[in-house]
Design a protein around this ligand. Structure first.
Ligand code: BGP
Length: 467
């Protein structure tokens, strides 16, 4: 009954530069805001060595090839290419990504490149960060450098990773700074400026390389009402508008949806829109929508006068919080959680595919999905991560359901190809098909070990069918 995965389906996995590369100050790389953070949020590792992929990329690409990857999603560190964000270009940084891309292509692996994954150049941050249009212009220039260097080799481009999470939770996660005394307003200005940067970048890509494909990569998650109570249903719709559609409507249609705009105005945090901005936003069209999916949200009514944020300290990119008068996030009693408290909802992924497809009718690529767990390396050098296989299998079953529902899906790129450092929960929270031997404080030898999920994914890719 289920439709098969398309023959040319992109079987991939993902990483991001600052979480996997290490070599944070080598070969002319400038500091990003991740590198200059001195007071890291609790539980966060430093990223100076990470998984040392910068020095071991050949070994890592060989492992990806062994699994049979037909694509690999990674990000380029802006400050390797332009160390201070908008000045001189660093030839050694440019060369590193040529080498990586060439290595992938030599193994028949299609690169899927994220241009920006949380690592804003520190020098631009000092000049006002994303709330300043200096950063918008600098990004567009950087993007053009990337197209000129790699545009003839790289067909798939992602502009900005999880812009919505950066804006909603980035300060807490330590991946963006808010520098003024009205941070919520400042972040919404940063958001607007990022969309302008993205729109101009999409237009530039289409002009320079019409055959290449480019799109946004937000984190999208279906929102359930906590009950059929009409007030809960409205709360779910509100949260959906400000968490999901605010971001995708701007990326795809170049407009603020009316519910989100009313919310921004009411809060006094609406961005300043300069003349001509909306024309630029509307002129840009993505070729696909990439999205990261970990789980759904469930929300209830949040009456004024009651504090709806019952889990403020636990909130992160997958554990929603709440806002008085808007929504209150609650646990979904029908779902179990990972070891890190994230609900697991494969059917919600099918709903997410359908919701995005229904609203925009653009092909989709999953650029993250996966299970963070405390993996254990056994004495014989294996990792028995049957829980991860189960997680991925159930999400891929629902992906096939969505394909059968008629959704056009181009590829699946789970988080992560190899173990790397979590955004805010350290080295012990692992996602990879390949185990990297290090702990928080002890780098050991950073040796690579194939997990059981490695062989499972290999079999899946070989047969193009779920084992
Ligand atoms: C997404 C980010 C990734 C990644 C992932 C897992 O929000 O795009 O960079 O880290 O979540 O999150 P974590 O590392 O917090 O478990």
């Amino acid at each position: 009954r289920l439709k098969p995965f398309p023959q040319d389906f992109l079987w991939s996995a993902s990483t991001s530069a600052y979480q996997v590369e290490g070599a944070w100050d080598e070969d002319g790389k400038g500091p990003s805001i991740i590198d200059t953070k001195t007071d890291l949020p609790e539980g966060t590792s430093d990223f100076t060595v990470a998984s040392d992929h910068y020095h071991r990329y050949k070994e890592d690409v060989a492992l990806m090839a062994e699994m049979g990857f037909t694509a690999y999603r990674f990000s380029i560190a802006w400050t390797r290419i332009v160390p201070d964000g908008d000045g001189e270009v660093n030839p050694a940084g440019v060369k590193f990504y040529h080498d990586l891309i060439d290595e992938l292509l030599a193994h028949g692996i299609e690169p899927i490149v994220t241009m920006f994954h949380f690592d804003t150049p520190a020098a631009l941050n000092e000049k006002g960060g994303w709330a300043s249009r200096t950063t918008t212009d600098a990004f567009v220039r950087y993007a053009n450098i990337l197209f000129d260097e790699y545009g003839s080799k790289v067909k798939y481009w992602l502009t900005i990773n999880e812009q919505n999470m950066m804006i909603m939770l980035g300060v807490k996660l330590g991946i963006i700074d808010a520098l003024t005394d009205n941070p919520a307003r400042e972040l919404m200005q940063a958001n607007h400026n990022m969309f302008l940067a993205q729109a101009r970048t999409m237009i530039a890509s289409h002009e320079k390389f019409p055959e290449n494909k480019i799109g946004p990569a937000p984190n999208i998650s279906y929102v359930y009402p906590a009950s059929p109570k009409p007030e809960d249903v409205i709360a779910a719709d509100n949260f959906n508008s400000i968490r999901n559609w605010l971001y995708l409507d701007l990326a795809v249609r170049g407009e603020y949806n009316s519910v989100a705009w009313a919310y921004l105005e009411e809060k006094g945090i609406a961005p300043e829109i300069a003349e001509g901005d909306l024309e630029v936003l509307r002129a840009a069209k993505p070729d696909f929508i990439a999205f990261n999916y970990y789980n759904t949200s469930t929300v209830a009514d949040a009456p004024f006068g009651e504090n709806p944020d019952g889990r403020g300290a636990d909130a992160d990119q997958q554990i929603a919080a709440g806002e008085e008068g808007v929504y209150k996030a609650v646990d979904n009693p029908h779902l179990v959680k990972t070891q890190f408290g994230w609900e697991i909802d494969p059917v919600g992924m099918r709903m997410t595919y359908r919701a995005i497809w229904d609203r925009y009718r653009l092909p989709l690529i999953v650029t993250e999905n996966g299970l963070g767990a405390f993996d254990e390396l056994t004495e014989d050098g294996r990792v028995h991560d049957d829980y991860r296989i189960e997680y991925l299998r159930r999400h891929l079953e629902q992906t096939q359901e969505a394909i059968t529902d008629g959704v056009e899906i181009l590829g699946y790129s789970p988080w992560t190809a190899i173990d790397l450092v979590s955004t805010h929960q350290g080295v012990a929270k692992r996602y990879g098909f390949v185990y990297v031997d290090r702990t928080e404080d002890d780098l050991r030898d950073l040796a690579r070990y194939r997990k059981d999920s490695f062989y499972w994914y290999q079999e899946l890719i070989r047969t193009n069918e779920l084992p």
